[in-house]
Design a protein around this ligand. Sequence first.
Ligand SMILES: [Zn+2]
Length: 274
Amino acid sequence: MHATALRRLYLMQLSTTTIPLAPGRSMEMVLPCYLVETSDNKHVLIDTGMAADARQPGTPPAANEKNVLDHLAELGIRPDEMDTVICTHFDVDHAGFHDSFPNAEFIVQRGHYEIARNGHARFASARAHWDHPALRYRFADGDTELLPGLTLLETSGHAPGHQSVLVRLPRTGPVLLAIDAVMMQRLFTMDRKASPQDDNEPQLLASTRKLLDIVERTSPVERLRPRRRTMENTEKIATILRVNFTFLDRSGIKGSVRLFERIRKNGRTLLTSL
Ligand SMILES: [Zn+2]
């Protein structure tokens, strides 16, 4: 008998989109999903990306497209071999291939599932994919350790019952997948504002604070742990995040997102051995 441990995290770049911000300024957004491999060869997928039938008219076109199934095929993993799919939320760019994994158990926050299942308009466009009758769901109620080293963190605000994922890897250490709770590293501040895609600003701030607290507690650098929470200390925590945490976001601007850029430049689509 040996306990399951996490072995590796794969980051999969599903597409990139250039978002115009102002004349002469644009931002490159990466749409990712993630795969965790355990020491006993189980596979846990985190989100499944944009559905092929769900591209909204009027949105900037995506480039560098490669869907989750093509990524998995490259790793030699068949869809029917997927054990678990973690659903961070049912937005159309996160739940588009759920119905491609017939043997997986799907893990979602109970509150999120109930709101979506009751017909919330926001989650309708991918509903055929996440509400497929063959899918087996298991509900999480708040923060849950799903496997040793893999913890689900309830982070409402972007969407009700959104969840982030904290992964502890044997070599890399803790990796926080904030997903859409904090889409970009620069939003890891206490004075951030909700964007039009977000559901609830007070919850968004509470979730941001919660993730910062987790970073603080998880940081191995004792002297950098501030005693009191002030704006200045929050800045320090954000620095800890940059130094000691691998924070993966979607903006393509800085931080670990350089990983995405490196992958793109090398023409590679997978990041292994994180
Ligand atoms: Zn979202």
